[in-house]
Design a protein around this ligand. Structure first.
Ligand code: ZN
Length: 129
């Protein structure tokens, strides 16, 4: 059994036999209702905003469960799922990409910088900054 740094279990650690996901997984998702295409997880979340799904006595990242269900694989080891939509509670598999931990961190820094630049530009355009 492996527990990731983010507190979630890996799905393909041998502890979960591939079978039908319980119906309640799908009842926690609001999909196809938003222009951004995100599937919002309405179940419980981790303190840093990722969806959590408890199954067979363990807790998994909801986005990881979704990715596994649609792609049949989830990244392990040094690989993570990057939310291309930058929305941590999104579980749309099309919005997730397998990337290395390093690339995930670089992208996160880049997005933070873009957000700061956007904010500064907005404030400047309103004569605030
Ligand atoms: Zn999304």
């Amino acid at each position: 059994m492996t527990t990731r740094l983010d507190g979630f279990h890996d799905i393909d650690d041998g502890s979960v036999v591939v079978e039908v996901l319980p119906e309640r997984f799908w009842t926690k998702i609001l999909a196809n209702q938003f222009a951004n295409g995100c599937w919002y997880w309405c179940g419980s979340t981790s303190k840093d905003g990722y969806g959590r799904f408890s199954w067979k006595g363990r807790t998994y990242g909801a986005h990881r469960v979704s990715f596994w269900k649609f792609h049949g694989v989830v990244p392990t080891g040094n690989y993570e799922l990057d939310h291309l939509c930058n929305n941590r509670c999104c579980v749309n598999p099309a919005h997730l990409e397998i990337v290395s931990h390093g690339l995930n961190m670089r992208r996160a820094r880049q997005r933070k910088q873009w957000a700061a630049e956007d904010r500064a530009a907005l404030l400047a355009s309103r004569g605030v900054a």
